[in-house]
Design a protein around this ligand. Structure first.
Ligand SMILES: O=C(CO)[C@H](O)[C@H](O)COP(=O)(O)O
Length: 217
């Protein structure tokens, strides 16, 4: 199986977690793209979805799935999203698709976060994948200097503007030994909207696809 087939297998396994008549929180990325295709086959059972990006909202609407504003929803049972890296503690780096802030917001509202990944995303220590940080545009250089003080090498993802109108710095070479602490520390830098460490609120369930099938962690 190639990586896309593994992503699809993990994504389709997440359909089993959806309750009848529910509103589903939907993440962003290529793995989630397969999940959205799968959702279309059970859309008669759903009220609709809350989405973490304009990209996913467009895909959902194109398949006839209603997309609700998060402000009109008090409660979400389930949030399904991919990750760029995930550890055995279910801490993640996310934001490869620049949707980290909305992803963190929808995840915060949901009771259960189901993370869907192929086996290549599993790591012992986070940080080989550069950590995305969403930044208010006028603070880009200041935040970059502060991130250097934390030991990282920030690189501006030029040409990318987030759905919130902000910029992304990808921080290379960080040694992430304490993800909960680092997540909080980076978020305290003035001008940072949020960073792609999902450690304080990690995943609850991880569906990992490999050649031997989809394993639930
Ligand atoms: O965090 C994300 C987007 O901001 C994605 O979940 C992450 O980048 C994984 O993407 P893919 O499923 O395409 O490998």
């Amino acid at each position: 199986m190639n990586q896309n087939e593994l992503k699809k297998a993990a994504a389709l396994a997440a359909l089993d977690f959806i309750e009848d008549d529910s509103i589903v929180g939907v993440g962003t990325g290529s793995t989630v793209g397969y999940f959205i295709e799968g959702l279309a086959s059970i859309k008669h059972k759903l009220q609709g979805a809350v989405s973490s990006s304009e990209d996913s909202s467009a895909k959902l609407r194109a398949l006839g799935i209603e997309v609700f504003d998060l402000n009109s929803v008090d409660y979400l049972d389930l949030y399904v999203d991919g990750a760029d890296e995930i550890t055995e503690h279910k801490h993640m780096i996310k934001g490869g698709g620049a949707a980290l802030t909305r992803e963190k917001i929808v995840a915060a509202v949901a009771k259960t976060f189901v993370c869907i990944v192929d086996g290549s995303k599993q790591v012992d220590i986070l940080g080989n994948f550069p950590l995305p940080v969403e930044v208010i545009p006028m603070a880009r250089s200041y935040v970059a200097r502060e991130l250097v003080k934390l030991g990282g090498d920030p690189v501006w993802r030029q040409g990318v503007v987030t759905d919130n109108g902000n910029l992304i710095l990808d921080v290379h070479n960080l040694e992430i030994l304490n993800p909960v602490e680092l997540e909080a520390k980076i978020n305290q830098i003035v001008g940072v909207v949020t960073n792609g460490l999902f450690a304080k609120r990690g995943a609850d369930i991880v569906l990992v696809a490999s050649e031997s099938g989809v394993q639930q962690l």
